[in-house]
Ligand binder design. Structure first.
Ligand code: SF4
Length: 351
């Protein structure tokens, strides 16, 4: 290990880099998928406690010094954009609880050929940060909302704040973010009877409501009794609104999009469990503590933070990234196997 002393590997599968000076396209895996979309988690902290994301007992937070600094995030983001990443999404925990997030956004938005800088937020702090984020160069927002009922909001998030989230969606539209998407995790017996209310919301609201299939993550108590599949959701919605109009989806889109003809907004379904979209995956993730996670459900991670902090050059970081991307699996293991897997809770990944 001596000659690589400054290259620390979290994943024990591979300790050598046969082609260290010949890495070509570090973003393309062995299935030909090119990863042009980087999701960066800024923090492990959140001001909500959503049951499908945060284990009831909470999570052990990394010490502050273990979290990537703005400089490290900017360095890695620049390296990925130089390699071909064109979209960056800031996630968390809740990214808006990271101090000066708008300053980081400004630095990231200034990275050359980046085409989109987006944020996924729970909306609680958006009323305070929205305008500054827009001015910093953030172009689109995904805002989490799983219910329109205050009692259920408290039950799901273990906090209050429904009105603030609803107001933040309105202000996001007024501030000109485009698109504004609303992420709703559908759980049987919790909020599945509100599907048609969310569809009705799109009559006048020019947002895309995305119904997300409930996914198993460590500590979120996932069980298939609460799982509602895309096809089941579709039946319930078309029973009420008749056949929906199918919309064009992008090559790497995770969402199947539809709308009620003539309405302002649209709806979508993220079918990662019942009908995965791994074949067109273009996403990589950077955790707040600096690990590269090539798949949302892949436990294998490498620490880019530790390598940076022990003097790795950019070309050596590219060797690490390339090795990790080339080890990416064709698809996730399926919801039942994932339910037993020992991986990070969602709060420590950022979705
Ligand atoms: S499960 Fe992994 S491979 Fe599949 S779409 Fe998600 S990140 Fe991509």
């Amino acid at each position: 290990m001596a000659e690589h002393a400054h290259l620390i590997i979290v994943d024990s599968q591979s300790t050598h880099y046969p082609n260290r000076n010949t890495v070509t396209d570090i973003l393309t895996d062995n299935f030909g998928r090119r990863h042009t979309y980087l999701r960066i988690s800024l923090t492990e902290r959140c001001n909500l406690r959503c049951t499908y994301c945060m284990p009831a007992e909470g999570v052990e937070l990394s010490p502050r010094e273990a979290i990537l600094t703005f400089e490290e995030i900017e360095r890695l983001a620049t390296l990925f954009v130089e390699a071909g990443v064109r979209k960056i999404r800031l996630t968390g925990g809740e990214p808006l609880v990271r101090r000066d997030v708008e300053k980081l956004a400004e630095r990231l938005a200034a990275i050359g050929p980046l085409e989109s800088l987006a944020i996924t937020t729970n909306g609680i702090l958006l009323d305070r940060k929205g305008a500054a984020l827009r001015d910093a160069g953030v172009d689109s927002l995904n805002i989490s909302l799983d219910t329109f009922r205050p009692d259920r909001f408290f039950r799901i998030t273990r906090r209050r704040g429904l009105e603030r989230v609803l107001a933040s969606i309105e202000s996001a539209l007024e501030l000109g973010f485009d698109p504004v998407k609303v992420n709703c995790v559908v759980m049987r017996g919790i909020n599945d009877d509100e599907l048609t209310d969310f569809v009705a919301y799109t009559e006048s609201m020019p947002v895309q409501v995305r119904f997300i299939e409930y996914m198993p993550f460590s500590g979120n108590g996932w069980n298939d009794a609460q799982f509602v599949s895309y096809s089941e959701m579709m039946i319930a919605i078309e029973d009420r609104y008749g056949p929906l109009t199918a919309l064009q989806n992008g090559a790497n889109d995770t969402t199947r999009s539809f709308k009620v003809a003539g309405w302002a907004g649209s709806i979508g379904f993220i079918t990662s469990m019942s009908d995965h979209f791994c074949g067109t995956c273009n996403r990589l993730r950077l955790t707040a503590d600096g690990n590269l996670k090539v798949c949302l459900f892949g436990a294998g991670e490498i620490s880019l933070r530790d390598s940076m902090r022990t003097g790795a050059t950019n070309s050596e970081l590219k060797v690490l990234i390339d090795a990790a991307v080339k080890r990416k699996a064709a698809h996730h293991a399926g919801m039942y196997e994932l339910a037993d897997a020992d991986d990070r809770p969602m709060i420590l990944i950022g979705g």
